[in-house]
Design a protein around this ligand. Structure first.
Ligand SMILES: Cc1cc2nc3c(=O)[nH]c(=O)nc-3n(C[C@H](O)[C@H](O)[C@H](O)COP(=O)(O)O)c2cc1C
Length: 341
Protein backbone atom coordinates (compact mmCIF):
# COMPACT_ATOMS: atom_id res chain seq x y z
CA UNK A 1 0.00 0.00 0.00
CA UNK A 2 1.54 3.31 -1.07
CA UNK A 3 1.10 6.22 1.33
CA UNK A 4 0.66 9.48 -0.57
CA UNK A 5 -0.26 11.52 2.49
CA UNK A 6 1.48 14.75 3.36
CA UNK A 7 1.15 17.68 5.72
CA UNK A 8 0.75 21.23 4.48
CA UNK A 9 0.33 24.21 6.83
CA UNK A 10 -0.46 21.73 9.60
CA UNK A 11 -3.33 20.27 7.56
CA UNK A 12 -3.22 16.51 7.06
CA UNK A 13 -3.71 15.84 3.36
CA UNK A 14 -4.40 12.49 1.69
CA UNK A 15 -1.96 13.28 -1.13
CA UNK A 16 0.16 16.23 -2.30
CA UNK A 17 -2.01 17.36 -5.23
CA UNK A 18 -3.72 20.65 -4.43
CA UNK A 19 -5.79 22.73 -6.83
CA UNK A 20 -4.37 26.25 -6.97
CA UNK A 21 -6.42 29.44 -7.24
CA UNK A 22 -8.27 29.48 -10.55
CA UNK A 23 -11.65 30.02 -12.18
CA UNK A 24 -12.41 26.35 -11.43
CA UNK A 25 -13.65 27.42 -8.00
CA UNK A 26 -16.02 30.02 -9.40
CA UNK A 27 -18.68 27.31 -9.63
CA UNK A 28 -19.93 25.67 -6.46
CA UNK A 29 -20.40 22.26 -8.11
CA UNK A 30 -16.70 22.13 -9.01
CA UNK A 31 -15.65 21.87 -5.35
CA UNK A 32 -17.18 18.39 -5.12
CA UNK A 33 -15.92 17.45 -8.58
CA UNK A 34 -12.37 18.40 -7.59
CA UNK A 35 -12.61 16.33 -4.41
CA UNK A 36 -14.05 13.38 -6.31
CA UNK A 37 -11.23 13.56 -8.85
CA UNK A 38 -8.75 13.17 -5.97
CA UNK A 39 -7.63 16.69 -5.03
CA UNK A 40 -6.29 16.80 -1.47
CA UNK A 41 -7.19 20.46 -0.92
CA UNK A 42 -8.61 23.37 -2.87
CA UNK A 43 -7.39 26.95 -3.03
CA UNK A 44 -10.21 29.29 -4.03
CA UNK A 45 -9.63 32.01 -6.58
CA UNK A 46 -8.55 35.33 -5.06
CA UNK A 47 -10.51 38.14 -3.62
CA UNK A 48 -8.62 41.31 -4.55
CA UNK A 49 -7.72 44.29 -2.39
CA UNK A 50 -9.11 46.52 -5.15
CA UNK A 51 -12.49 44.76 -5.09
CA UNK A 52 -12.80 45.11 -1.34
CA UNK A 53 -11.76 48.76 -1.35
CA UNK A 54 -14.17 49.46 -4.22
CA UNK A 55 -17.02 47.91 -2.30
CA UNK A 56 -16.34 49.89 0.85
CA UNK A 57 -16.06 53.11 -1.19
CA UNK A 58 -19.39 52.24 -2.72
CA UNK A 59 -20.96 51.76 0.72
CA UNK A 60 -19.54 55.09 1.93
CA UNK A 61 -20.86 56.77 -1.21
CA UNK A 62 -24.30 55.20 -0.81
CA UNK A 63 -24.46 56.23 2.85
CA UNK A 64 -23.45 59.79 2.00
CA UNK A 65 -25.69 60.34 -1.01
CA UNK A 66 -28.34 57.69 -0.54
CA UNK A 67 -27.60 56.27 -3.99
CA UNK A 68 -26.55 52.88 -5.18
CA UNK A 69 -23.67 53.53 -7.54
CA UNK A 70 -21.95 50.15 -7.46
CA UNK A 71 -21.35 50.09 -11.21
CA UNK A 72 -19.65 53.45 -11.03
CA UNK A 73 -17.29 52.53 -8.20
CA UNK A 74 -16.19 49.26 -9.78
CA UNK A 75 -15.64 50.73 -13.22
CA UNK A 76 -11.93 51.15 -12.62
CA UNK A 77 -11.54 47.38 -12.37
CA UNK A 78 -11.89 46.80 -16.08
CA UNK A 79 -11.51 43.04 -16.29
CA UNK A 80 -12.66 42.03 -12.84
CA UNK A 81 -16.38 41.49 -13.30
CA UNK A 82 -15.74 38.84 -15.94
CA UNK A 83 -13.72 36.64 -13.60
CA UNK A 84 -14.40 37.67 -10.07
CA UNK A 85 -17.43 38.39 -7.99
CA UNK A 86 -17.69 40.81 -5.07
CA UNK A 87 -16.63 40.16 -1.47
CA UNK A 88 -20.05 39.09 -0.15
CA UNK A 89 -20.58 36.56 -2.88
CA UNK A 90 -17.03 35.30 -2.36
CA UNK A 91 -17.69 34.59 1.31
CA UNK A 92 -20.96 32.89 0.46
CA UNK A 93 -19.27 30.67 -2.12
CA UNK A 94 -16.53 29.86 0.38
CA UNK A 95 -19.13 28.87 3.00
CA UNK A 96 -21.06 26.69 0.56
CA UNK A 97 -17.95 25.26 -1.11
CA UNK A 98 -16.50 24.30 2.25
CA UNK A 99 -19.78 22.64 3.27
CA UNK A 100 -19.85 20.62 0.04
CA UNK A 101 -16.49 18.84 0.57
CA UNK A 102 -14.51 17.07 3.28
CA UNK A 103 -11.07 18.25 2.08
CA UNK A 104 -9.56 21.54 3.29
CA UNK A 105 -10.52 24.72 1.48
CA UNK A 106 -7.98 27.54 1.44
CA UNK A 107 -9.26 31.06 0.80
CA UNK A 108 -7.12 33.48 -1.19
CA UNK A 109 -6.62 37.18 -0.61
CA UNK A 110 -4.72 39.17 -3.20
CA UNK A 111 -3.22 42.55 -2.43
CA UNK A 112 0.01 44.42 -1.85
CA UNK A 113 -0.48 47.21 0.67
CA UNK A 114 -1.68 47.29 4.27
CA UNK A 115 -5.23 48.66 4.54
CA UNK A 116 -8.77 48.04 5.68
CA UNK A 117 -9.15 45.20 3.18
CA UNK A 118 -7.08 42.85 5.36
CA UNK A 119 -10.12 42.49 7.66
CA UNK A 120 -11.45 40.10 5.03
CA UNK A 121 -8.97 37.53 6.28
CA UNK A 122 -11.06 37.40 9.44
CA UNK A 123 -14.30 37.05 7.47
CA UNK A 124 -12.74 34.22 5.47
CA UNK A 125 -11.80 32.43 8.67
CA UNK A 126 -15.34 32.89 9.97
CA UNK A 127 -16.74 31.57 6.68
CA UNK A 128 -14.88 28.29 7.29
CA UNK A 129 -11.56 28.63 5.46
CA UNK A 130 -9.06 26.06 6.73
CA UNK A 131 -6.17 28.32 5.81
CA UNK A 132 -5.46 31.54 4.01
CA UNK A 133 -3.30 32.08 0.96
CA UNK A 134 -2.08 35.64 0.70
CA UNK A 135 -1.07 36.40 -2.85
CA UNK A 136 1.18 39.45 -2.91
CA UNK A 137 1.44 40.34 -6.57
CA UNK A 138 3.45 43.49 -6.77
CA UNK A 139 5.56 45.22 -9.39
CA UNK A 140 8.11 47.60 -7.91
CA UNK A 141 8.14 50.36 -10.52
CA UNK A 142 9.27 53.28 -8.37
CA UNK A 143 13.07 53.72 -8.59
CA UNK A 144 13.12 55.33 -5.13
CA UNK A 145 11.79 52.19 -3.45
CA UNK A 146 14.52 49.82 -2.30
CA UNK A 147 14.40 46.03 -2.23
CA UNK A 148 14.45 46.18 1.55
CA UNK A 149 11.42 48.47 1.63
CA UNK A 150 9.52 46.08 -0.63
CA UNK A 151 10.34 43.13 1.62
CA UNK A 152 9.40 45.08 4.74
CA UNK A 153 6.02 45.97 3.22
CA UNK A 154 5.34 42.28 2.49
CA UNK A 155 6.26 41.34 6.05
CA UNK A 156 4.09 44.14 7.51
CA UNK A 157 1.19 42.80 5.50
CA UNK A 158 1.73 39.28 6.81
CA UNK A 159 1.92 40.64 10.38
CA UNK A 160 -1.33 42.60 9.89
CA UNK A 161 -3.12 39.49 8.70
CA UNK A 162 -1.54 37.28 11.36
CA UNK A 163 -3.13 39.55 13.98
CA UNK A 164 -6.58 38.95 12.44
CA UNK A 165 -6.66 35.16 12.10
CA UNK A 166 -5.73 31.96 13.88
CA UNK A 167 -5.79 29.74 10.77
CA UNK A 168 -2.50 29.06 8.96
CA UNK A 169 -1.26 31.58 6.40
CA UNK A 170 0.68 30.82 3.23
CA UNK A 171 2.24 33.60 1.17
CA UNK A 172 2.23 33.27 -2.60
CA UNK A 173 5.00 35.38 -4.08
CA UNK A 174 6.98 36.00 -7.22
CA UNK A 175 10.50 34.67 -7.82
CA UNK A 176 12.28 37.98 -8.23
CA UNK A 177 13.81 38.61 -4.83
CA UNK A 178 17.50 39.29 -4.48
CA UNK A 179 17.89 36.88 -1.60
CA UNK A 180 14.98 34.53 -1.79
CA UNK A 181 16.02 32.24 1.08
CA UNK A 182 16.56 35.15 3.46
CA UNK A 183 13.21 36.66 2.46
CA UNK A 184 11.42 33.34 3.04
CA UNK A 185 12.91 33.33 6.52
CA UNK A 186 11.66 36.87 7.16
CA UNK A 187 8.14 35.94 6.04
CA UNK A 188 8.20 33.00 8.39
CA UNK A 189 9.31 35.25 11.29
CA UNK A 190 6.48 37.67 10.39
CA UNK A 191 3.94 34.88 10.92
CA UNK A 192 3.63 33.03 7.61
CA UNK A 193 3.34 29.27 8.03
CA UNK A 194 4.22 28.53 4.42
CA UNK A 195 5.21 29.94 1.07
CA UNK A 196 3.75 29.22 -2.33
CA UNK A 197 6.42 29.42 -5.01
CA UNK A 198 5.94 31.12 -7.34
CA UNK A 199 3.43 33.53 -8.78
CA UNK A 200 3.82 33.62 -12.54
CA UNK A 201 4.95 37.07 -13.60
CA UNK A 202 2.29 38.00 -16.13
CA UNK A 203 3.76 40.42 -18.62
CA UNK A 204 1.52 42.33 -20.99
CA UNK A 205 2.11 42.11 -24.71
CA UNK A 206 2.22 44.90 -27.31
CA UNK A 207 -0.40 45.12 -30.02
CA UNK A 208 1.56 46.66 -32.91
CA UNK A 209 -1.51 47.51 -35.00
CA UNK A 210 -3.42 49.31 -32.23
CA UNK A 211 -0.24 50.45 -30.44
CA UNK A 212 -1.70 49.26 -27.19
CA UNK A 213 -0.35 47.32 -24.26
CA UNK A 214 -2.62 44.31 -23.93
CA UNK A 215 -3.03 41.45 -21.44
CA UNK A 216 -2.06 38.05 -22.77
CA UNK A 217 -2.55 35.14 -20.41
CA UNK A 218 -0.90 31.98 -21.67
CA UNK A 219 -1.30 28.77 -19.67
CA UNK A 220 1.92 27.45 -18.15
CA UNK A 221 4.21 24.87 -19.68
CA UNK A 222 6.06 22.16 -17.72
CA UNK A 223 9.49 23.79 -18.15
CA UNK A 224 8.37 26.52 -15.73
CA UNK A 225 8.63 23.94 -12.97
CA UNK A 226 12.44 24.08 -12.96
CA UNK A 227 12.62 27.50 -11.27
CA UNK A 228 10.28 26.22 -8.54
CA UNK A 229 12.20 22.97 -8.06
CA UNK A 230 15.40 24.93 -7.78
CA UNK A 231 14.12 27.14 -4.97
CA UNK A 232 12.22 24.43 -3.14
CA UNK A 233 15.44 22.40 -3.12
CA UNK A 234 17.33 25.37 -1.68
CA UNK A 235 14.72 26.24 0.95
CA UNK A 236 14.13 22.67 2.13
CA UNK A 237 15.57 22.16 5.60
CA UNK A 238 17.18 25.61 5.57
CA UNK A 239 14.04 27.63 6.23
CA UNK A 240 11.38 26.46 8.63
CA UNK A 241 8.31 26.82 6.44
CA UNK A 242 5.80 24.74 4.53
CA UNK A 243 6.47 24.82 0.81
CA UNK A 244 3.91 24.63 -1.99
CA UNK A 245 5.02 24.58 -5.60
CA UNK A 246 2.80 26.26 -8.18
CA UNK A 247 3.74 26.76 -11.83
CA UNK A 248 4.41 24.05 -14.39
CA UNK A 249 3.02 21.05 -12.48
CA UNK A 250 1.37 19.11 -15.29
CA UNK A 251 1.82 15.39 -14.65
CA UNK A 252 2.83 12.71 -12.12
CA UNK A 253 6.57 13.19 -12.64
CA UNK A 254 6.20 16.91 -11.93
CA UNK A 255 4.57 16.14 -8.57
CA UNK A 256 7.23 13.54 -7.75
CA UNK A 257 10.01 16.00 -8.61
CA UNK A 258 8.34 18.65 -6.43
CA UNK A 259 8.31 16.24 -3.47
CA UNK A 260 11.94 15.27 -4.00
CA UNK A 261 12.92 18.94 -4.16
CA UNK A 262 11.33 19.38 -0.73
CA UNK A 263 7.82 20.73 -1.35
CA UNK A 264 4.95 19.58 0.86
CA UNK A 265 2.38 19.95 -1.92
CA UNK A 266 2.29 20.52 -5.67
CA UNK A 267 -0.46 22.76 -6.99
CA UNK A 268 -2.18 22.58 -10.37
CA UNK A 269 -4.21 24.95 -12.53
CA UNK A 270 -3.11 25.08 -16.18
CA UNK A 271 -3.11 21.30 -16.65
CA UNK A 272 -6.62 21.06 -15.19
CA UNK A 273 -7.89 23.87 -17.41
CA UNK A 274 -6.31 22.10 -20.37
CA UNK A 275 -7.13 18.42 -19.70
CA UNK A 276 -10.09 18.69 -17.33
CA UNK A 277 -10.65 18.13 -13.62
CA UNK A 278 -10.38 14.33 -13.99
CA UNK A 279 -6.70 14.77 -14.89
CA UNK A 280 -6.01 14.78 -11.12
CA UNK A 281 -6.84 11.04 -11.07
CA UNK A 282 -4.38 10.39 -13.91
CA UNK A 283 -1.66 12.23 -11.97
CA UNK A 284 -2.32 10.28 -8.76
CA UNK A 285 -2.33 6.87 -10.44
CA UNK A 286 0.82 7.85 -12.35
CA UNK A 287 2.50 8.69 -9.05
CA UNK A 288 1.51 5.39 -7.50
CA UNK A 289 2.72 3.42 -10.51
CA UNK A 290 6.09 5.18 -10.52
CA UNK A 291 6.52 4.79 -6.76
CA UNK A 292 5.64 1.08 -6.87
CA UNK A 293 8.08 0.50 -9.71
CA UNK A 294 10.85 2.33 -7.83
CA UNK A 295 10.01 0.78 -4.47
CA UNK A 296 8.93 3.89 -2.62
CA UNK A 297 6.31 3.28 0.04
CA UNK A 298 5.46 6.87 0.91
CA UNK A 299 5.72 10.47 -0.20
CA UNK A 300 7.37 11.29 3.13
CA UNK A 301 10.18 8.92 2.24
CA UNK A 302 11.05 10.89 -0.89
CA UNK A 303 10.53 14.42 0.44
CA UNK A 304 13.65 16.52 0.08
CA UNK A 305 15.77 13.63 -1.20
CA UNK A 306 16.96 15.82 -4.09
CA UNK A 307 17.30 19.03 -2.09
CA UNK A 308 20.41 21.11 -1.65
CA UNK A 309 21.22 19.56 1.72
CA UNK A 310 20.75 16.00 0.49
CA UNK A 311 22.22 15.75 -2.99
CA UNK A 312 25.72 14.53 -3.54
CA UNK A 313 26.66 17.56 -5.57
CA UNK A 314 25.00 20.71 -4.08
CA UNK A 315 26.95 22.76 -6.58
CA UNK A 316 24.25 21.90 -9.12
CA UNK A 317 21.98 24.37 -7.31
CA UNK A 318 24.65 27.05 -7.07
CA UNK A 319 27.06 28.86 -9.32
CA UNK A 320 28.76 25.63 -10.38
CA UNK A 321 25.60 24.66 -12.25
CA UNK A 322 25.95 27.68 -14.51
CA UNK A 323 29.25 26.53 -16.01
CA UNK A 324 28.13 22.92 -16.21
CA UNK A 325 24.88 23.87 -17.89
CA UNK A 326 26.54 25.99 -20.57
CA UNK A 327 29.18 23.31 -21.14
CA UNK A 328 26.47 20.66 -21.63
CA UNK A 329 25.12 22.32 -24.77
CA UNK A 330 26.28 20.98 -28.11
CA UNK A 331 25.63 23.22 -31.06
CA UNK A 332 24.91 21.80 -34.49
CA UNK A 333 24.54 23.68 -37.77
CA UNK A 334 20.78 24.11 -38.33
CA UNK A 335 21.13 22.15 -41.59
CA UNK A 336 22.90 19.30 -39.81
CA UNK A 337 20.21 19.17 -37.13
CA UNK A 338 17.52 19.00 -39.79
CA UNK A 339 19.09 16.17 -41.75
CA UNK A 340 19.52 14.11 -38.57
CA UNK A 341 15.72 13.87 -38.08
C1 LIG B 1 -7.17 31.79 -15.62
C2 LIG B 1 -6.33 31.82 -14.37
C3 LIG B 1 -6.81 32.47 -13.24
C4 LIG B 1 -6.04 32.52 -12.07
N1 LIG B 1 -6.52 33.16 -10.96
C5 LIG B 1 -5.76 33.23 -9.83
C6 LIG B 1 -6.24 33.88 -8.66
O1 LIG B 1 -7.36 34.36 -8.59
N2 LIG B 1 -5.39 33.96 -7.61
C7 LIG B 1 -4.14 33.41 -7.60
O2 LIG B 1 -3.42 33.47 -6.61
N3 LIG B 1 -3.68 32.77 -8.70
C8 LIG B 1 -4.45 32.67 -9.79
N4 LIG B 1 -3.97 32.01 -10.90
C9 LIG B 1 -2.61 31.43 -10.87
C10 LIG B 1 -2.66 29.92 -10.53
O3 LIG B 1 -3.18 29.69 -9.24
C11 LIG B 1 -1.26 29.29 -10.61
O4 LIG B 1 -0.45 29.80 -9.58
C12 LIG B 1 -0.56 29.54 -11.94
O5 LIG B 1 -1.44 29.33 -13.02
C13 LIG B 1 0.63 28.60 -12.11
O6 LIG B 1 0.26 27.25 -11.98
P1 LIG B 1 -0.01 26.27 -13.23
O7 LIG B 1 1.25 26.13 -13.96
O8 LIG B 1 -0.48 25.00 -12.59
O9 LIG B 1 -1.07 26.93 -14.05
C14 LIG B 1 -4.74 31.93 -12.05
C15 LIG B 1 -4.29 31.25 -13.20
C16 LIG B 1 -5.06 31.19 -14.34
C17 LIG B 1 -4.52 30.46 -15.54
Amino acid sequence: MIDLSTNYLGLKLKNPVVVSASPLTEKLENFARLEEAGAAAIVMYSLFEEQIEAESENIDHALEYGTNSYAESTSYLPDMPKYHVGPERYLELLRKGKASVTIPVIASLNGNSPGGWVRYSEYMEQAGADALELNIFDVATDPRVTAEQVETRYCDLVRAIRKNVRIPIAVKLGPYFTSCANFAQKLSAAGADGIVIFNRFYQPDFDLEELEVVPNLVLSSPHELRLRLHWAAILYHQVETYIAITGGVHDATDVLKSMMAGAHVAMMTSALLKYGIEHIGVVLSGMEAWMAEHEYVSVKQMRGSMSLVNVENPNMFCRGNYLKMLGSYTWREPGAALTSF
